[in-house]
Each structure stands twice: as C-alpha cells, then as structure tokens.
Design a protein around this ligand. Structure first.
Ligand SMILES: [Zn+2]
Ligand SMILES: [Zn+2]
Length: 344
C-alpha cells in the first residue's frame, strides 16, 4: 500500500509498503480516501516540532472502514467515516472536568495515520476518533471534518453573544473555518485579517469574508471603524506568531475576549501585559479537537460541515497521491489554504 513518510524535516518519502499492522480488539481499519495537511504536520515538516516522539503522520482524513475490532460506537465495515474526536473515556480527570480533548494522545490512537493508504484507528467504549459521514458529504470535503472540529471548539470557547463582532487574525484553515462557524452562530461583523497578500487574495476570491491587510499601518483603525466600538468583542488569534497576541490585545474592546488556537513557538520581546488588567481582557486557549455531540449523540460538527460544505470546499486544493510532495510544498508556501491528498 502507498505511504508518505516524514523521515526528517523537509525529507518526505513516498513508497509502497507491505507493513500492515494487525487489527486488534480495540481498533478499526480505515481505507483512506483523502487526508489533509495540518499546520501541525507542517511544523514537523519544517522541523519546528520534534519528530522523534511522533508515532503517526496525518490525522485529517476520510475513508471507509474495512475491518472492525470490537464494533464499539456502532462503527461497521463499509461505513464511510472521517476523523474527529468524538469520545473520551469519561472517567479520567480531564474528561470529568470538561476537557476531553486531553483524554488521550493521538499518538496512541492512529497507526500509522492518514498519510498511508490504510490506518488503524483506536475505537473502544472509552475512545473514538471517527464519525460516520452522510452521503451528501464527498470524501474530499469530509476530510476537513477534523480541522472543522478544532474550529468549532474555538467558536464554543468564544461563547458568542448575538451580534458580537469578530476579528480573526491569521487566515489559515482553523481561523477561516472558525470565522465561518461564528457567522452561522449569530456573529455580527466578522473580519478576517492577515499580512500575506497571497492569502488575502485567496480569501477575497472565495467571497466568504471581508478581509484586512495587517501589513498596512492603519489596519487597526480600519478594524475599529468597522466594529464601531472601542474595539472588537471577540478576537481569534490564529497566526501562530507570538507577537500578534499584542495586536489581538490592542484590537479587543474593553472587556473583550481573545481566543488563541495558535501553536506558538518562541516568545514575545518587550511584551507588556498591562492591557489584560486595564481592559479586563479574557484570554482563552483552544487546543485541538474535542467531542461536540448533540443530545442524540451525533456530531454537531458533521452537521455544521454539511451545512457549510460548498463554502468549505472553496478552501480545499486537491492533490493526487503522486503529487503529494507538491501538496506539502504548497501547504508550506501558502499556495494552498488546505491541501488535501487524495488516495483514490
Ligand atoms: Zn489538524
Ligand atoms: Zn478521559
């Protein structure tokens, strides 16, 4: 079966392999149809994250279940599924305190992950990382379920009130999808901001969001004009660049909220935290995917992805497996907002 492996930073290998991990009682086997490249994959690829402790590669996938261990969670052979965290153990300290996103590491749940034609996925009564997907979602769009789950988590952390203004700084997939979800949840003015001309142009073309160029000196005034208060109700800081947190604090209104899904590397020179007190800012972290289930036990994120599928599809660039290296190159350069590699 075909596999893409990261041997070292910037060193991808594509090859055929016979290694096929044996199914166990606590796993299901998924034939991968499509797998997206995440910012965290790029951090490994770019050498900003240490590769040595990683057991899997690729976690934003859709596919078909071909083998089932114990059949927990109603997952059956032949079912179309996509990755997202849907279930933690419910018993550990994190689960009992509303932080199921910390229950178990993906390192222990995926073998070898979505950049291989087949992967095992842990699936027990205590953990699930797969949601069944409905017929109206194609495999490519379904592969965005996991980042959409992360973005949904951001939106939930924002605890939006009707009409709240939102500024999303950093128009990667998480920032963009969070902006789109917040719109559906009743946000008022929603502004996207980025300093990359390429990204701004791409987002303008989709028509999904009004955008502002943060490389322009007057961008902050522009934001304040558009939101008609002393700042924005909710700022999503999704750039991954630590100094931008200062901009987020400046753009937030008195009493405003800042949600941070950014994976930061490094610190901020000359950081002045005074506005946290002066403006009574609330700064909220948002980490990874988390179960977002409706009362009937099905995924609210799947429903949201179905609702937004045509818009979400605009964010995706599809690459055949043979062009996987190009997919990584385009994800790295920003030429693709969400690069998705198609296996079949
Ligand atoms: Zn991801
Ligand atoms: Zn748990």
């Amino acid at each position: 079966m075909r596999t893409i492996r990261l041997l070292a930073p910037s060193r991808l290998e594509m090859r055929e392999t016979d290694e096929r991990p044996a199914i166990t009682d606590s796993t299901v086997r998924v034939d991968i149809k499509a797998c997206g490249i995440c910012g965290s994959d790029l951090a490994l690829y770019n050498g900003r994250r240490d590769l040595s402790g990683e057991h899997y590669f690729g976690h934003e996938f859709s596919g078909v279940i071909t083998e089932v261990g114990n059949g927990a969670n109603g997952l059956k052979k032949g079912m179309r599924v996509a990755s997202e965290l849907v279930k933690g153990c419910g018993r550990c300290w994190f689960c009992r305190n509303g932080m199921q996103n910390y229950c178990k590491s993906l390192n222990d749940a995926l073998l070898p992950g979505g950049f291989t034609e087949q992967t095992l996925v842990t699936n027990t009564d205590a953990y699930s990382f797969l949601s069944p997907i409905p017929d109206e979602l194609d495999d490519i769009t379904a592969s965005i379920l996991e980042p959409a789950n992360c973005a949904y988590h951001v939106a939930m952390k924002a605890n939006i009130q009707p009409g709240d203004s939102v500024l999303v700084i950093g128009l990667g997939a998480i920032g963009l999808v969070a902006a789109m979800i917040l719109k559906t949840m009743g946000a008022g003015t929603v502004i996207g901001a980025d300093r990359s001309k390429l990204r701004l142009e791409q987002v303008r073309k989709t028509g999904l969001l009004d955008v502002i160029d943060t490389s322009e000196p007057a961008w902050m005034e522009q934001v304040k004009e558009m939101t008609a208060k002393d700042g924005v109700d909710i700022v999503i800081e999704a750039t991954g660049a630590p100094p931008v947190l200062k901009d987020a604090m400046a753009a937030a209104r008195t009493g405003g909220k800042i949600v941070v899904p950014s994976v930061y590397f490094g610190g901020i020179d000359g950081f002045e935290p005074l506005p946290i007190m002066r403006k009574e800012l609330t700064i909220i972290g948002s980490k990874g995917p988390a179960p977002q289930l409706k009362t009937d036990g099905t995924s609210a994120v799947v429903e949201k992805v179905v609702q937004m599928k045509d818009d979400l599809r605009k964010l995706i660039s599809v690459y055949e497996y043979k062009d996987a290296l190009q997919a990584f190159a385009d994800a790295r350069s920003g030429a693709a907002i969400k690069a998705v590699i198609q296996f079949s």
